[in-house]
Write a protein of this length. Structure first.
Length: 116
């Protein structure tokens, strides 16, 4: 099983980034996919989740209206479009795949830094 995140980097406040997570080694279209983030000294937090079919998404208030999660089941890839970025969005962003609460996979993370 592999989840490989990409697309992180340094961006100015108000800017945008698109993260990608390429999955392999499991049946992607059976898994709900999520993005989490962890800032230094803070707990890991959920920032977006999408159902296995892509029909349902959910976000915490901190990113709602700014972040959009999507998936392409033909490409085994999940995306996180991040707009209007703020310094407090700075964190390592992780991709997660979960099914039935028994199968839970994580990527290695990608750094997002929002700074002028």
């Amino acid at each position: 099983v592999q989840l490989v995140e990409s697309g992180g980097g340094l961006v100015q406040p108000g800017g945008s980034l698109r993260l990608s997570c390429a999955a392999s080694g499991f049946t992607f279209n059976r898994y709900a996919m999520s993005w989490y983030r962890q800032a230094p000294g803070k707990e890991r937090e959920l920032v977006a989740i999408i159902s296995s079919t892509g029909r349902t998404t959910n976000y915490p208030d901190s990113v709602k209206g700014r972040f959009t999660i999507s998936r392409d089941n033909a490409k085994n890839t999940v995306y996180l479009q991040m707009n209007s970025l703020k310094p407090e969005d700075t964190a390592v962003y992780y991709c997660n795949a979960q099914m039935d609460s028994r199968y839970d996979y994580w990527g290695q993370g990608t750094q997002v830094t929002v700074s002028s």
